[in-house]
Design a protein around this ligand. Structure first.
Ligand code: NDP
Length: 604
């Protein structure tokens, strides 16, 4: 269908769609680089101190463990906690969570930078609120409250009892004769488990920019996910008194920088924000929880609210928008409203064209917000994002843009190229050296590198086969949960399944699924459970076929971890390897698969 048929006539628009399309592509093109993911430095070897845990006392020791548990869960973030909670409810005996950090919390254990806050409404983001009897204090929770809730879940479901903190897995090996997993760790443990659940987190491994000279910097430096409050002073609320006499540089302007820059700007003597691509920054609008509203919540409210949000952000219809925030507003405008034109439903092409128009309008609003807020014109121009809204993670913040009006804050825009080099004393961009006492990397996390590299260990399945070998040509799973030849081993997370902005919703569904499969295995007195190679191959094909649905969109996007740093056709972006019809359909699919007797799964 010609685009003109779906597009309102250009004289009725206050923008030129062709000019915007051309601008978006030009901005993408100048950021494309052949090294894609290889541009980043792995946090290993000389760089491994960037992932040391700054939140625990040094010197922790404990005797090695050689015992056996029923289920060993790897990762003490929301995924691991949800899986363990559901298994506990199902009556599973010994459940052990093994966690690298010093406590539960996962993402929220590590990310404590000033201003760290969840962009998703707390009432749907924090899991198990009804089960634990907790209502968050505000519509958008800060990191400290989320960490506290993680501990609450741990206590409520008695998960501290068998947990192992500050423990990193070295290897998993399947013991065929015993039908057990042998788990070895950096604490010399040799534990056994009947089942293993892996919830390592999609963004768990910090990455650094591969900039010449990065190891030469002699000032103080750290990654945002290991914030050094010993140096900066203060906490999650700011108050960074250690920086009042410091020249601070921050590389990166993603969701993390958007939240921490206002605090750095308030406290540093001088702040340089090194930008490669600006984020889209929409309104925040936080507010305290209304006690009357909280008191009136009916049982089952959290599930209903989560599902309402998920349907809306997936483009479906709901009579009411319960969360009603920037996410549902954007996506409702982009998708739902586009789905009907007058009384006649749109064809998919028409809907896509109308969505593009809605996207142009939304991004024009985002760009005018910059003009209205940032006084200096060059900075305002540089802070405008030129790509479609969901090419990068949208952000919501009321303090980020005004920070650039401070006299001690300078935006150093690298026009899509990144910083040139790092020296002993600072950062060079366009031949100018910016002298720094402190350099903060807000450069994000590995996505699309080998799964076992991100996990930090290998999994040897039946016959000693490594999972990295099984997945060398791309993910091979049934529904993202299990692989043939790796019995009693479950995966949680994005890979080969689906993605929704409210990530804990995905984890909740996955936890219920895993608990069901383990429960069924127990009930049928099975020793092992795993998918057949045929069922696995069928799912690989389904994902391959349906993932193409949004390929064109990803290809037109500016590079980032959503589209494999611009290699949108490749398999390594976060949005690659997903079930194309989206989360609502995926949850339906796995539910009816369970109800239909779990076809393609062998319990022996
Ligand atoms: P991102 O990967 O989103 O951002 C990394 C930043 O570093 C980008 O701005 C990137 O630029 C920049 N960068 C990388 N290399 C260079 C270089 N050589 N020179 C200059 N800049 C460079 O990481 P974040 O930690 O910000 O966020 C990661 C994810 O965590 C988010 O996308 C979100 O999903 C989640 N998050 C969620 C929050 C929430 O509220 N729930 C809050 C914070 C994070 P470029 O864009 O050009 O690649």
């Amino acid at each position: 269908m010609p685009l003109d048929d779906a597009e309102p006539r250009s004289e009725t628009l206050d923008f030129d769609p062709d000019a915007l399309r051309a601008k978006y592509l030009a901005e993408r093109d100048r950021r494309l680089r052949p090294d894609a993911n290889d541009q980043y430095v792995e946090v290993a070897g000389d760089f491994s101190h960037y992932i040391d845990d700054p939140y625990v006392e040094p010197g922790f020791t404990r005797p090695p463990l050689t015992d056996e548990v029923d289920v060993l869960v790897i990762g003490g973030g929301f995924g691991g906690l949800l899986a363990a909670a559901r298994l506990r409810e199902a009556g599973v005996g010994r459940i052990r969570i093994v966690e690298k950090g010093g406590d539960f919390g996962g993402t929220w254990y590590w990310n404590r930078y000033p201003g760290a806050q969840c962009d998703i409404e707390s009432y749907i983001y924090l899991p198990l609120l009804e089960e634990t009897g907790y209502v968050p204090r505000e519509k958008y929770s800060y990191a400290a409250e989320i960490r506290e809730h993680s501990r609450r879940i741990g206590e409520h479901f008695d998960l501290y009892k068998d947990a192992c903190f500050q423990t990193e897995i070295r290897e998993l090996a399947w013991l065929e004769d015993e039908a057990r997993w042998l788990i070895t760790t950096n604490r010399d443990d040799r534990m056994k488990a009947r089942f293993v659940v892996m919830s390592n987190g999609p963004l768990n491994r910090p990455k650094l920019p591969g900039v010449p000279g990065i190891s030469t910097f002699k000032g103080h430096s750290f990654h945002t996910s290991r914030w050094d409050y010993g140096y900066t002073g203060g906490d999650n609320n700011g108050n960074l008194t250690g920086l009042v006499d410091k020249r601070v540089g921050i590389i990166g302007t993603g969701a993390t920088a958007i939240q921490s820059v206002p605090h750095l700007g308030r406290w540093a003597r001088q702040l340089y924000v090194f930008q490669r691509t600006p984020s889209s920054v929409d309104m925040r609008g936080n507010r305290p929880t209304d006690p009357e509203w909280a008191a009136g919540l009916e049982p089952g409210w959290q599930k209903r609210r989560m599902e309402n949000f998920n349907v809306l952000v997936s483009g479906g219809h709901q009579d009411e928008d319960l969360v009603s925030d920037g996410w549902t507003d954007i996506i409702r405008n982009l998708i739902s409203i586009a789905a009907v034109r007058g009384d006649k439903p749109m064809s998919p092409d028409e809907a896509m064209a109308a969505m593009e128009m809605a996207d142009f309008r939304k991004m024009n609003q985002i760009r005018s917000r910059v003009d209205q807020t940032v006084q200096e014109q060059a900075a305002a121009e540089a802070l405008k994002p030129w790509y479609r809204q969901f090419c990068k993670r949208p952000t919501f913040n009321d303090d980020y843009l005004p920070t650039f009006n401070r006299p001690n804050v300078t935006l150093v825009d690298t026009e899509g190229q990144g910083v040139d080099r790092i020296t002993e004393t600072g950062i060079v961009v366009n031949g100018v050296e910016y002298q720094l006492d402190c350099l903060i990397f807000a450069t994000g996390f590995e996505v699309g590198t080998a799964y076992t590299r991100r996990a930090g260990y290998e999994i040897h399945g039946r016959g000693g086969k490594p999972l990295s070998e099984h997945w060398a040509g791309g993910f091979r799973t049934l529904h993202g949960f299990m692989s043939a030849g790796f019995p009693n081993c479950f995966h949680m997370g994005v890979n080969h399944s689906t993605l929704t902005p409210n990530f804990p919703h995905l984890l909740k569904e996955q936890a219920a699924h895993i608990a069901h499969v383990i429960g069924e295995t127990e009930q049928r007195q099975g020793r092992t459970v795993e998918p057949t190679p045929e069922a696995e191959a069928e799912w690989v094909q389904t994902v391959r076929d349906t993932a193409r649905l949004n390929l064109e969109f990803r290809q037109a996007c500016t590079p980032g971890y959503y589209n494999g740093e611009g290699r949108a056709g490749a398999d390594d972006g976060l949005f690659a390897n997903l079930y194309g019809p989206g989360p609502v359909k995926f949850f339906e699919l796995i539910r009816s698969w369970r109800d239909g007797g779990m076809e393609g799964l062998e319990i022996r």
